[in-house]
Structures are given as structure tokens and as C-alpha cells.
Design a protein around this ligand. Structure first.
Ligand SMILES: Nc1ncnc2c1ncn2[C@@H]1O[C@H](COP(=O)(O)OP(=O)(O)OP(=O)(O)O)[C@@H](O)[C@H]1O
Ligand SMILES: [Mg+2]
Length: 520
């Protein structure tokens, strides 16, 4: 067992050094796979504790144990020094621990106030059990104010952007007397502004004595928000960092167990002059009437930046034939290209790896092998029957080349960790051999190590002559990978940056609608 050394300076409430929650010697297996082995973690009152680790390291499993979703095979959980049996989420909640899932658990068709008080509605005094809407609105407004959300409690949750939904979830946990809020990748689908707001709220809550456990692959954010960082590696404790020890490199070392190679910009790529995709005033739903015009050349990695809602996903989905084009011209390898469905797009050689992989990219209830085979059935079949040998080979080759963490290809895709699911989505399309590949947020929810692998893969594909359009909200990713960056703003192309002109400031300026970007 690793006992972290905790200095007084780590926690804002330095005087109270009694842990509120302790997970001691926790082990957990799923069908023979060890997700956690003898893990130890303590949570102090008012601290922001980050848990980091590669995909599949066991972070979510540990948090689900603290939140009463899973029970440990061995080990114990203590609250204020007393052992507790968290056999269900409501028991954990009664102890003040609540888990805010990445897939938020709000009812879109109810108001904010209804969501806040779902299952424990406030009633008028008297025998009729009438709902006291006014009381719920008033109290609701107080909790919303605590998370800095200035929205009427009568608004339907479905109309809120993701960042505000996240804040409603937090308000709900607070209204349940939450003392420990666990956030599993809370910012992975938030815009930069929304993430900043969340970080601000977390800091405020912590100064009020609420403990926040924060799981994220965005190390910059972890550094900004965490008082202490606990690392997990392969289901075991990998170390603890005190506030003054937290840096990008120390976190990477703890997670990966080694230093990652420093990243250099691609140089030789993108030399080809062969135009793969050309759009001339291409119009799409959500875009401006004049449309967008640009070219993608063979071997190029072109980043597409923009704020949430700028129309990036809509453009990608139109190019992939999911949404009908609204006019303008498009050519693929010089031929007219107007896909009416993804089947047309795939046949022409344009592929989209979608943003929301859980809904569009993978069949979670099928095995890894079946998922990989699906778009490749033509190559895998003989006389209309899938050749089991070829199918297994594709699966084992992909697992090996992409470093997918699984015991074998027969495991259900839905049981893999987020990053590993993403690699399968990529692998399944790669085997098809695309001409143009559109990646929508390719490394969302992916750990640093896997990110590097996915970047390698993207560059490898570019090297093979594929034209790559990479939509990303991760500025570091855009800057590191792109040779050119197209910036969308409110449905039109606000500007283009290339080479040394690609930097955070210029991208942000264009993304927020400025035309005044200083290009050297
Ligand atoms: N319900 C389950 N059934 C079977 N295996 C599971 C289940 N939940 C998790 N696992 C396995 O346990 C291991 C740890 O998974 P976990 O989801 O805790 O990782 P993680 O650190 O949260 O990863 P990520 O960063 O990708 O979210 C993985 O190998 C995963 O496949
Ligand atoms: Mg997880």
C-alpha cells in the first residue's frame, strides 16, 4: 500500500487534516479483469483532488465505488473514520457523496427547478399534497446562484448548453447536501469559456469547504484547479503529487511511468499538390448563405477550429451525407461529390469519425471484433460469408497496432474505457482506406499516452496521402498537429492560418469573430 505524504500546505483547510473520505486497500474485478488492486485514496474537506491516469487505469471504477454504484471486492470505505457500506448511490448521497456522470442525468423535458427537486418535490402544507412551485423556484434560484448560473429556474433543461447543464447537476448535488462532489471528466464536452466558469465554481465550492474530486485528461486544467493529484496506473496507485509538485511533466511521468517524447511539428507532410477535396461556396444547414470554400490536399492535416456552435460538426456531417447539402459545389479527387447518405460518402472515399462515439461511432453491445468488421465486410467476406480467419486477423492486428487495451477481440466494445473505444472507432475506418478523413474531436476523453498514439496514427495516414480535416476544441492539439487551420465563426470561414502563424491567440481571435489577426 502506498501512503501519500501530505504536507499541510496541500489543502486549503490546512487545520483540518482529518480525511473526510478514505478508500482503503480497494480491489475490484470485472469478469476476471482487475480494474483496481489495493488502491488507497483519501479525500480531505475542502480540497480539490484530481485523479489522473491513462484510459482504463481505473479512475471511473474507483469513483463509482465511492458513489455507491459499484461495490468493492475487498477493502473498505470510511467516512470520518468510520467504515460505511455504500451499497447504493442513495446511501452514498446520504453520506454527502455524489457523482456527476459525464453523461449527465438530467431530464431535458423538465424545468431546472423540477430537475433540482426531482423525487423530493416541495409541497404545500396541508392534506392535498400540491406542489409548491414558488418555493421550488425560490430555493432553486439560490442553488443556481451558488454555482454562478444566472438562469430562470423555470427554463427547460433541454434548452441549456452543455456547460450550464453541468452547473445544474452541480447545483442539484449541492441541494442534496453534497460534501464531496465527484466530477468524472466534467469539461470534456465544454467550450473553453464554460470550462473556465466551471473551474471558478469549483474553486469557490472548495473555499466553502466542499471537497471536489476531479477527473480529467486535460492536464492544464488539472494544474489550475487541483490542490493534490493522485495517479493511478493499471488499477494501482502510481503516486501522489502535492500542490508544489504538480506540473505537466510530473503528471505525465506518474501516469505513463516514463517521459513522453517531445512532440515536433510535422515537416515533410503536405507537400503534395493533389487536391483531394474542394468546396466552392458549399452550403450546409447552420452555415451562412454564402457557404464555405476551401481545399484539402493529399497528405495534409488541416485543423478546423471554432467555438461550440460555430457549425463545424454540421459541416462535417453534411460532407459525410448525414445532412443534405444546401447548395454550392464539392469535388472529391476532381469528381463531383454530392453524397446522399454516409454509404455514398464511404463509397467515394470520405469518412467521418464522429464526435459522439458512444452514439454514432460504436455498437457498444457488440464485440470489438464485430465493430471492426462492420465497415470492412466486403474485404472480409468470401461468397457472402465473413471469413472468420480474416475477421480475427483484422481484429488482432488493430488491437496490436493501436495498442488497444483489452484481453481479446471478443470483449464487448461498451466495456472498454473511453480512450480505447475511440481507438476502435478509428481503427474500424482506417482499414477501409479513405481518401479524405474527417475527425471530429479525435482525442476527447483520451489520455496523454493514447493521444500521442492517435497523433502518430493521424500523421501516418497523412503520410499515406489521406487528406485529413481535424475538428478540435483542444487548442494544443490544433497547434501541434495542423499545417493549416481553418477557423469557423457562426457558420462561415472567418479566416485561415498556416505554419508559424498558427497560435492560440490568432485562433481565438478568429473564432470569436475578429477579422484583425496579425499575420506575419
Ligand atoms: N462494468 C464493467 N464491466 C467490465 N469491465 C469494466 C467495467 N467497467 C470498467 N471495466 C474495466 O475496468 C478497467 C478500468 O476502467 P475505468 O473505466 O475505471 O477506467 P478509466 O481510468 O476511467 O478510463 P478512461 O480514462 O478511459 O475513462 C478497464 O479495463 C475497463 O475495461
Ligand atoms: Mg473513466
Amino acid at each position: 500500500m502506498i501512503i501519500p505524504v501530505i504536507g499541510d500546505s496541500n489543502v486549503s483547510t490546512g487545520a483540518l487534516m482529518v480525511p473526510l473520505v478514505e478508500a482503503l486497500d480497494i480491489s475490484k474485478q470485472f469478469y476476471g479483469i482487475k480494474a483496481l488492486s489495493n488502491v488507497f485514496v483519501q479525500i480531505y474537506p475542502g480540497e480539490v483532488l484530481a485523479i489522473i491516469g491513462e484510459n482504463g487505469a481505473g479512475k471511473s471504477t474507483l469513483m463509482k465505488i465511492l458513489a455507491g454504484v459499484h461495490q468493492p471486492d475487498t477493502g473498505q470505505v470510511r467516512i470520518n473514520g468510520t467504515e460505511v457500506n455504500l451499497y447504493s448511490p442513495s446511501v452514498a448521497m446520504n453520506h454527502g457523496i455524489s457523482l456527476i456522470h459525464q453523461e449527465l442525468n438530467l431530464a431535458d423535458n423538465l424545468t431546472i427547478a423540477d430537475n433540482l427537486f426531482l423525487g423530493r418535490e416541495l409541497l404545500w402544507a396541508g392534506p392535498l399534497k400540491l406542489l409548491d412551485r414558488k418555493a421550488m423556484f425560490n430555493l432553486g434560484a439560490k442553488y443556481l446562484a451558488r454555482v454562478g448560473l444566472d438562469v430562470d429556474p423555470g427554463v427547460l433543461v433541454g434548452t441549456l448548453p452543455p456547460g450550464q447543464k453541468q452547473l445544474v447537476e452541480i447545483a442539484r448535488s449541492l441541494s442534496l447536501n453534497g460534501r464531496v462532489l465527484i466530477m468524472d471528466e466534467p469539461t470534456s464536452s465544454l467550450s473553453q469559456k464554460e470550462s473556465d466558469q466551471l473551474v471558478k465554481v469549483i474553486k469557490e465550492l472548495s473555499s466553502e469547504g466542499v471537497s471536489v474530486v476531479y477527473i480529467s485528461h486535460r492536464l492544464g486544467e488539472v494544474k489550475r484547479v487541483a490542490h493534490r493529484v493522485v495517479g493511478l496506473r493499471d488499477g494501482r496507485n502510481a503516486g501522489t503529487l502535492a500542490t508544489h509538485e504538480i506540473s505537466h511533466d510530473s503528471m505525465v511521468r506518474m501516469m505513463v511511468g516514463r517521459d513522453l517524447e517531445k512532440f515536433s511539428k510535422p515537416l515533410a507532410l503536405g507537400q503534395s499538390s493533389k487536391v483531394r477535396l474542394e468546396l466552392q461556396q458549399f452550403k450546409f444547414l447552420g452555415g451562412t448563405p454564402s457557404g464555405v470554400s476551401f481545399q484539402l490536399k493529399a497528405g495534409e492535416i488541416v485543423g478546423m477550429a471554432g467555438l461550440v456552435g460555430a457549425g463545424r460538426t454540421e459541416l462535417a456531417e453534411t460532407l459525410f451525407g448525414i445532412r443534405p447539402s444546401q447548395g454550392g459545389k464539392s469535388f472529391l479527387d476532381g469528381d463531383n461529390y454530392t453524397p446522399r447518405s454516409p454509404v455514398d460518402a464511404i463509397a467515394a472515399g470520405l469518412l467521418l469519425v464522429p464526435e459522439d462515439r458512444r452514439h454514432h461511432g460504436l455498437i457498444l453491445l457488440q464485440s470489438i471484433k464485430q465493430n471492426l468488421s462492420l465497415p470492412n465486410l466486403k474485404n472480409l467476406s468470401r461468397f457472402f460469408l465473413v471469413d472468420p480467419f480474416k475477421e480475427s486477423k483484422l481484429s488482432s492486428d488493430s488491437i496490436k497496432s493501436l495498442g488497444i487495451k483489452t484481453t481479446n477481440g471478443n470483449k464487448l466494445a461498451g466495456l472498454l474505457s473511453g480512450g480505447n473505444q475511440q481507438k476502435i472507432v478509428l481503427a474500424k475506418w482506417l482499414a477501409v482506406g479513405p481518401k479524405v478523413l474527417i475527425l471530429d474531436e479525435p482525442t476527447r476523453g483520451v489520455d496523454v499516452g493514447s493521444k500521442a498514439e492517435i497523433y502518430e496514427l493521424i500523421r501516418h495516414l497523412a503520410g499515406l496521402g489521406v487528406a485529413i480535416l481535424m475538428i478540435s476544441s483542444d487548442m494544443e492539439e490544433i497547434i501541434r498537429l495542423s499545417q493549416r487551420v481553418l477557423v469557423l465563426h457562426e457558420g462561415h470561414l472567418q479566416g485561415e492560418l498556416s505554419g508559424d502563424d498558427i497560435n492560440e491567440e490568432s485562433v481565438m481571435l478568429l473564432a470569436t469573430g475578429s477579422k484583425e489577426v496579425n499575420i506575419k
